[in-house]
Design a protein around this ligand. Structure first.
Ligand code: DGJ
Length: 725
């Protein structure tokens, strides 16, 4: 018995409670785990009854004729046992078939959680408890340990499992979903996901769930720009503030599959995991395989609350602890200002003007190493280019620091240009399949991170490159997706494991970086936001949200990202749009967009006019003094969606509800009209003063909605910094 997880012996019921939700299932005849409900903690749950007799539904003689496995709600569905919906786990056994019937053996409840070997996972706190249930398929001798971990304070429950081969012959895992949840009844429900593409990541898409299978995923070897592992299922009537919402995410950065299967007779089955494309795993006798962790949350309070549950969870359980309570540096990144055209003298002028204007760090982007004067050569050769840095990197880093800013550096560890010394030495260190010509993308190939020798080499080499001056920040990029995914290191029968083992190699290298350079921040990047996921967030507290820094587009990308991820995970830069940056309205608008995350700049600061430099210095002063804390720790509310209106409006409210930072953004000028801004969480008995104008607002007025007149001008943004008086 735990505080949050209980097993009721009298009715064989397992009950998992979080602050506001309740998840329950029971054991039928000491064998099957049958889902009861996932609901509000205070709500009386609907009784779940075994479904009535239906034609064409198999039953087993042992279980009796009123038990149709295809029509019940299940916690862990196997394959080909008369349940025609998708299985959570499919294994091919020694007889060549894939039948399984996983039967309960025992369970255990313990405080905290277990670590996942080699994988990122959510850290425990004092409200964390775990239920581990052992199941077994007697014929194949396959044992499954199902884990349910409760993060009670955040209303999140996680799921994953370990498969162990207890037999004498090898088994092959052919489908693997970390989480499988059956919701009862035929309800009108919607599915919300975040599809996108390079340069336009994470659009909010809400569509009705239809009968049959729907879902998304990635076969790119990365969670990708095109799909995101987050998704939600909600009642058709759910709004920002009301309605049943179930949110899901996956703590993993490679290929994945999410799936919703709506069946006419019984249920909606929701699953997320590694899936079955681009993945299978050979399990020798005695071996175990652990799936990545999936997480879920439930609320009756609409989409806004689901978002806040996930934001809190990511802040408290996923992001690296050591970066949580210190201010993030405001960086000057060199990419959009200078591209590959960098050298010591030029970079020092950047460092100088960064320091002069109150920025904290120079991040030297691509172009500093090997023959990297363009994107056709040099990746893999991580020694500074002697023509650009004749005194070496240590001397340069010292000089940057002497100017008064920290020093960050761009790397792309997983990639290689065929035109590089490393490739000439080790062509076999790339992913590829025998007999097929490898495809290139951005003139590069992918190192075989499934091969431990490659990972070991990278550790050794980066240690040598950076040991003398330990950068304060790494921007870790990854600029292509997988094709011809095979590893010359792995035997034939394990080729399907390549993409997954690749991710294990990547995580191993990330973990090494964190340990070797414990004070450095790692900013993750994959051609912008191509690996924007919980796996990456375990190692990098911020991610380059998109290569698109045009504020009109960024508004949508950031709004979409925040559906699932908190503001501080988004690196947001005011960028180098030369003709516009000198326009003060534009500069202010770009800043109002970028401050919504972790603020930075990506422009040729030394060449900017004095007026612009002063304006930037003032922005940074304001951000650091009044805004950063609220944005990083506040609760986030959506007000107007850029996916539904020509505007975007949202606010952050401090935990004690004394401060609110409200932003309204309008991309395009229009004939002025009024729009209503409603702040549902405002205290209706309080009064607020806006720090920018001194105006007083009544709480009830904010709650009911106050009007704002839109502007004729392009790039119109307005902010209110409201403080309770
Ligand atoms: C892609 C990234 O998204 C950019 O910000 C930049 O770092 C380039 N790669 C450098 O090659």
């Amino acid at each position: 018995m735990g505080t949050y997880i209980r097993y009721h012996r009298n009715n064989n019921l397992f009950e998992l409670r979080t602050q506001n939700s309740r998840y329950s299932f029971f054991l039928r005849d000491g064998q099957y785990l049958i889902h009861s409900f996932y609901t509000d903690r205070r709500k009386k749950p609907e009784e779940h009854t075994v479904s009535p007799r239906v034609h064409f539904s198999p039953y087993s003689e042992e279980q009796g004729k009123d038990f149709f496995i295809n029509n019940i709600l299940r916690e862990f569905p196997g394959f080909e046992e008369g349940d025609y919906r998708e299985a959570a786990l499919k294994i091919r056994n020694q007889n060549g078939d894939c039948c399984t019937r996983f039967i309960y053996k025992k369970h255990q409840i313990f405080p905290g959680r277990q670590e996942l070997p080699g994988l990122p996972f959510a850290e425990a706190d004092e409200t964390t408890e775990t239920l581990a249930i052992t199941l077994e398929d007697k014929i194949s001798k396959c044992e499954v340990m199902l884990y349910y971990t409760v993060f009670a304070a955040c209303d999140v429950i996680s799921r994953y499992y370990t498969v162990t081969n207890r037999g004498k012959a090898p088994l092959r895992i052919e489908r693997c979903m970390s989480l499988s949840l059956d919701l009862s009844g035929r309800r009108e429900m919607d599915w919300i996901s975040l599809p996108g593409q390079y340069f336009y990541e994470r659009n909010i898409q809400r569509v009705p769930i239809f009968e049959g299978i729907q879902g998304c995923g990635s076969r790119r070897g990365a969670s990708s720009h095109y799909s995101n592992p987050f998704f939600a299922v909600c009642n058709r009537s759910a709004t920002e503030t009301k309605g049943d919402v179930y949110g899901f995410n996956f703590v993993y950065s490679g290929n994945f599959q999410t799936q919703i299967e709506a069946c006419r007779e019984s249920s909606i089955r929701i699953q997320t995991g590694l899936g079955q494309d681009c993945f299978s795993w050979l399990l020798e006798p005695g071996e175990s395989f652990t799936t990545p962790e999936a997480v879920m949350t439930y609320t009756t309070k609409g989409l806004g609350q689901m978002t806040r549950n996930f934001h809190r969870f990511i802040r408290n359980h996923i992001l690296p602890k050591e970066t949580q309570h210190t201010p993030r540096p405001v960086v000057l990144n060199t990419w959009e200002a200078s591209y590959f055209d960098i050298d010591e003298a030029k970079m020092l002028t950047f460092a100088e003007s960064a320091a002069k204007n109150g920025l904290d760090m120079l991040v030297m982007d691509d172009g500093w190493f090997g023959a990297r004067n363009h994107d056709r050569a040099g990746l893999g050769d991580w020694q500074p280019n002697p023509e650009k840095f004749p005194n070496g990197l240590k001397a340069f880093a010292d000089a940057v620091r002497a100017k008064g800013v920290q020093f960050g550096v761009w790397i792309e560890p997983e990639m290689i240009n065929p035109d590089s010394n490393l490739y000439r030495e080790h062509p076999e260190w790339c992913l590829g399949v025998a007999g097929r010509r490898p495809s290139l993308s951005r003139n590069q190939r992918i190192l075989d991170m499934a091969n431990p020798a490659v990972v070991a080499y990278l550790k050794e080499m980066f240690d040598q490159t950076f040991r003398d001056f330990e950068p304060d920040y790494f921007k870790w990029d990854m600029n292509r997706n997988m094709s011809e995914t095979g590893s010359s290191f792995l035997p034939l029968q394990r080729q399907d494991e390549t993409a997954y083992r690749y991710m294990l190699g990547v995580y191993d290298l990330f973990a090494w970086f964190r340990k070797r350079f414990p004070h450095a921040i790692i900013e993750n990047c994959s051609g912008g936001g191509g690996r924007y996921d919980l796996g990456m967030m375990k190692y990098s507290c911020q991610i380059w949200t998109s290569d698109n820094t045009i504020p009109e587009d960024r508004v949508r990308i950031q709004f979409g990202s925040m559906m699932a991820y908190p503001a501080e995970t988004m690196s947001c830069h005011v960028s180098n749009r030369k003709h516009l940056t000198e326009d003060s309205r534009y500069l202010n608008y770009a800043y109002q967009v970028a401050l919504n995350g972790t603020l930075g700049y990506e422009l040729h600061l030394p060449n900017m006019s004095q007026t612009v430099q002063q304006a930037i210095a003032e922005q940074i002063r304001e951000y650091k003094t009044h805004l950063e804390f609220l944005i990083r720790q506040g609760n986030y509310y959506r007000v107007l969606s850029p996916f539904e209106t020509p505007y975007s409006a949202y606010y952050f409210e401090s935990e004690d509800q004394s401060h609110i930072l409200l932003t309204f953004l309008q991309n395009k000028g229009e004939t002025p009209r009024t729009v209503k801004l409603k702040l549902p969480s405002a205290d209706q008995n309080a009064r607020y003063r806006d720090r920018y104008t001194g105006e007083i607002y009544e709480g009830f007025q904010l709650k009911k909605g106050f009007t704002l007149t839109t502007s004729e001008a392009n790039h119109f943004g307005r902010m209110w910094a409201l403080e309770k008086i």
